[in-house]
Design a protein around this ligand. Sequence first.
Ligand code: AMP
Length: 215
Amino acid sequence: MNLILLGPPNAGKGTQAKKLYADFKIPQISTGDILRKAVREGTELGKLAGPLMAAGAYVPDEIVIGIVEERLKEPDVAPGFILDGFPRTTPQAEALERMLAKLGKKLDAVVSLEVPHEKLIERGSGRRSCPVCGSVYHVFQSPPKRAGFCDKDGASLTQREDDKAEVIEKRLKKYDAETAPLKQFYAQRGLLKSIDGVGSPEGIYEELKKAVGKA
Ligand code: AMP
């Protein structure tokens, strides 16, 4: 099963991708996670991407395309993959079509998680993450056992720069202008399935499985 999870920042793409991974063992390919790891490790990629991410801007197409192209060649994606946060622009979607054709793979579905903007801002502003291991919490929805500290390594949790309210608004504008048009792109190819992304993660997951014929 080769899937794209499409949706604005904080729509819950990562949460759903992890559930799919747990059930079907198809890896989640999150360009955001790959870039954040590069920032934490201080690599060249991280140095370039960090300031753009903190400002709510996109990392250049050719860079993220290169990351995904390499990742899709790895053996663990043979049974399938879940793209989370890629593609985000029409050139990325076009590049993905070319690379999948080259690899002899094809998309089964593109699931768009629909969530109103107010809800996205509320979700993002409560999110906290661990600067050491990358674990993610939410002050109300999934708090750590000890407020402010990571369950796994005890590090002080921080708010991601790009979860600050003004940056979230900028990211949403960017999503509407550059990423939302991909819904049309995939609808034209008969691949788009839109589902309501408001509700419990479990309920949304049931809808997602129905949408991809795995319920
Ligand atoms: P995410 O965790 O998917 O919301 O991504 C966090 C940030 O990483 C985004 O706001 C962008 O700055 C950058 N990023 C992740 N994926 C992409 C992509 N496909 N194209 C451009 N920038 C990306």
